[in-house]
Design a protein around this ligand. Structure first.
Ligand code: ADP
Ligand code: MG
Length: 238
């Protein structure tokens, strides 16, 4: 569970062809990073996979099933938003439990799943606090916790660390990588940060103007960039 396949997926906004046509295969359990400059279509591609945007053409398959016209909730994916998407008036416990409440889960199930997620994320001692009483890193973990409790077939992250300071970004990168190792779940991680891409990915997808320039491991992209764009983008320090 957790393989994703895009067949000639395209997206047009008005007159603008943001994604001309993308073919992509993501294997179960992979940590895939979409990287590219601002405005190249990373968020749009992620939102198409999540079902938050409709495709203009092509098909999306999850575990071999065509989900192109399925609602987001039916795709079994969890999007991790930046930590400021937390509800400030709710405790950590309630923030993490929120998607389960919405899904109408029993309270005993909710309690168990929240406790499990809190343990994985080292949040057990913070469950009764509100987001305003947490550090930036802890808030980001709560946002991840809200995804974990849904036991998704894949996690989708859209620049989750971009509002954290540099030191915390390094810590959170490691934590997300460890979480991936622990859960073994497919993760797609969007960033414009080459260092994040190189350090976290099993597979990097380099995007430029809505096109895939190259797909490969960090080592492959570094040692055998297919063109100057990839070489410049991967090679240049941020
Ligand atoms: P990235 O995440 O790589 O920065 P986006 O996917 O957000 O890029 O945007 C890609 C392009 O699509 C940009 O030119 C952006 O302005 C445009 N775009 C994104 N969403 C919309 C929308 N809802 N309506 C019109 N244009 C959009
Ligand atoms: Mg974006």
């Amino acid at each position: 569970m957790g393989s994703i396949r895009l067949n000639k997926v395209s997206k047009v906004f008005g007159e603008m062809k943001v994604i001309p046509s993308i073919d992509l295969e993501i294997e179960n359990g992979e940590f895939v990073v979409f990287v590219g400059p601002s405005g190249c279509g990373k968020s749009t591609l992620l939102r198409l996979i999540a079902g938050l945007e409709d495709t203009s053409g092509g098909t999306i398959e999850i575990d071999g099933k065509d989900v192109t016209s399925e609602a987001p909730a039916k795709r079994g994916l969890a999007m991790v938003f930046q930590s400021y998407a937390l509800y400030p008036h709710m405790t950590v416990r309630k923030n993490i439990a929120f998607p389960l409440k919405m899904a109408g889960e029993e309270q005993s199930v909710i309690d168990r799943k929240v406790a499990e997620a809190a343990k994985v994320l080292n949040l057990t001692d913070y469950l009764e606090r509100k987001p305003g009483q947490l550090s930036g890193g802890q808030r980001q973990r709560v946002a991840i916790g809200r995804a974990i409790v849904r036991q998704p077939t894949a996690f989708l992250f859209d620049e989750p660390l971009s509002n954290l300071d540099a030191a915390l970004r390094v810590t959170m990168r490691l934590e997300i990588s460890e979480l991936h190792q622990q859960l073994g779940t497919t993760m797609i991680y969007v960033t414009h940060d080459q260092v994040e891409a190189m350090t976290m990915a099993d597979k990097i997808v380099v995007l430029n103007r809505g096109n895939v320039e190259q797909v490969g491991s960090p080592l492959e992209l570094y040692s055998r960039p297919r063109n100057l764009f990839v070489a410049g983008f991967i090679g240049s320090p941020k």
